[in-house]
Design a protein around this ligand. Structure first.
Ligand SMILES: Cc1cc2nc3c(=O)[nH]c(=O)nc-3n(C[C@H](O)[C@H](O)[C@H](O)COP(=O)(O)OP(=O)(O)OC[C@H]3O[C@@H](n4cnc5c(N)ncnc54)[C@H](O)[C@@H]3O)c2cc1C
Length: 492
């Protein structure tokens, strides 16, 4: 039987791609890189005489390198940044948790993975991106000092400040006695030296998922500025985006718009309304719903949510390219809506009812009628996203809708709407392509599809654009974007 991890990530006989995976969490990437590297070892593609070439020194890339080196394979890693784990270094406060988004599975609050579950070296604990990067960098340095190239282990050469796109490669087959193909890669293997060619047993690309799409297509700099006048929203990992974490603190603006139907948009909807997102918000909800230590959501309803998510995820994993399973998505979302409606009825009967819940969860600014949030997304329902984000956004929607009608309108979901026009509110501001417009008011147009009456939002002080990622697969032919299959743990 062919190795499933290799089949799933294979570009050619010697080239494998761990970038461009959709919704791949860190733990999932670690698992994938362990499994693919083990597959390369099992199939004899890499060994003592057939080194491994890795693009990208994120958790996936360095985990693959260490896994291969521990089996005696020499590895060369190319990293574009000045240090490993570049993607995470920037995230000073945003939480990365190995299990949070496995909700509603019971282990979602576990907070830490063990080595046996994903990677021998890079254990993952709930932490901010920066902290994780620092911890992993320390583990890598320790391994580098103590074990790298020692006692029968392979040697990992980490080449920093090197863009893998400046390298070329081609397969030559067969050039070894065992008839296995070999990859010839060409580039500058050392700073200050000219290009040369080196043979490898395999290439594994782990360059991450691409840049966040917080700007209009085509990207700034690619031609005319378009209908957004070069507007660029705050990046997901940005330290300061105008949303205070403390829900008692007001936002700097009374008018906010979030555009996008995926996880990024959903996290920011939660943060804008409550100051929290994901697990932290769920914990607050549990506490407020008054169940002693137990979840706010009874088990039977959790099963219903889990079954709906499982069905939809399978539909996405096995979809035909270009044919999103919209009926499955609709059913997934409607099940969540129905369950949240049941919970609302249940919570309403609790002492204090929904008012207590709203007071404990929502920003005072919203309760005082001083904050309006419009959440627009292009589909009839929000897009493919983690169950926890879907659930919490639906709770917030239904909770705010049951408040006084005047307030309910101050948080509206706007299905079937796209962001079509953004312009500075004051003539003194120009949106310079390539720079953030954070902290400056803009006028925003949201247009329905099919076309109808567009919605205007004037003097928007916080416009968050979460339109997914601009994928940058390095590998020709254009690497397909694989949906996430869920390897929860290493097969024993
Ligand atoms: C907006 C966003 C939010 C996320 N939130 C979460 C979360 O809450 N929890 C979670 O578990 N996961 C989250 N993820 C996913 C998480 O970021 C990824 O699972 C993880 O970073 C993947 O690890 P990786 O090693 O494959 O890629 P990365 O961590 O992205 O590492 C890629 C490495 O390749 C390098 N590189 C890039 N291009 C080149 C090049 N041309 N040449 C050489 N090197 C290059 C980069 O500098 C980087 O060091 C999020 C991802 C995004 C984009």
């Amino acid at each position: 039987m062919a190795n499933p991890a290799l089949v799933f990530h294979r570009i050619s006989d010697t080239v494998y791609n761990l970038a461009a995976v959709r919704t791949g969490a860190v733990r999932c990437q670690l698992l994938r890189s362990t499994l693919v590297t083990q597959g390369l070892l099992d199939d004899g593609l890499i060994d003592r005489h057939r080194p491994l070439l890795v693009f990208g020194a994120g958790p996936a890339g360095l985990n693959a390198a260490v896994t291969a080196a521990q089996a005696g394979v020499n590895v060369h890693v190319l990293e574009i940044g000045p240090a490993p784990f570049q993607t995470f270094h920037r995230a000073h406060w945003r939480r990365v948790d190995p299990f949070e988004y496995d909700w509603p599975l019971p282990h979602h609050g576990q907070g830490a993975s063990t080595g046996s579950q994903a990677s021998r070296l890079f254990h993952q604990q709930q932490a901010t991106g920066t902290r994780l990067a620092m911890r992993w960098a320390a583990l890598w340095q320790q391994w580098d000092l103590q074990f790298n190239g020692q006692a029968g282990l392979g040697k990992v050469d980490l080449q920093l400040n090197t863009d893998a796109t400046h390298f070329t490669w081609q397969e030559q087959s067969p050039v070894t006695v065992r008839g296995l193909p070999t990859l010839q890669a060409r580039g500058r293997w050392q700073a200050g030296q000219g290009p040369s060619t080196r043979p490898f047993g395999a290439l594994l690309s782990c360059t991450g998922f691409g840049n966040e799409r917080t700007f209009e297509d085509p990207p700034p700099g690619a031609g005319k500025p378009g209908l957004w006048h070069g507007y660029r929203g705050p990046r997901f990992w940005l330290d300061v985006d105008g949303v205070p974490a403390d829900h008692k603190q007001p936002l700097v603006t009374g008018e906010a718009v979030v555009s996008g139907g995926g996880d990024g948009a959903m996290q920011d909807v939660q943060r804008i309304l409550t100051g929290d997102f994901g697990l932290a918000l769920l914990k607050r909800l549990d506490k407020l719903a008054g169940t002693q230590g137990g979840p706010a959501t009874p088990e039977a309803q959790l099963y219903t949510l889990l079954a709906a998510e499982d069905t939809a995820r399978r539909a996405f994993a096995w979809q035909r390219p270009g044919h999103a399973p919209l009926a499955a998505l609709l059913q997934w979302h409607q099940t969540y809506q129905a369950v949240v409606a049941q919970l609302m009825a249940h919570w309403q009967a609790l002492p204090g009812g929904l008012q207590t819940l709203a007071k404990g969860l929502l920003r005072q600014q919203w309760l005082d009628g001083q904050l309006r949030l419009t959440w627009a997304y292009p589909g009839a329902v929000p897009d493919h996203a983690y169950g926890l984000n879907r659930f919490l956004c639906e709770v917030l929607l239904q909770l705010t809708q049951t408040m006084q009608p005047a307030l309910a309108a101050r948080f509206a979901a706007l299905p079937g709407h796209r962001l079509t026009h953004v312009q500075p509110h004051a003539a003194s501001h120009t949106c310079p392509p390539g720079e953030a417009c954070l902290g400056t008011q803009h006028d925003v147009t949201l247009t329905p599809s099919p076309p109808g009456k567009a919605l205007q939002r004037v003097a928007v002080g916080l416009l968050v654009v979460r339109h997914g990622l601009v994928r940058q697969p390095l590998l020709p032919p254009q690497a397909p974007v694989a949906d996430q299959l869920l390897p929860y743990t290493l097969p024993a």
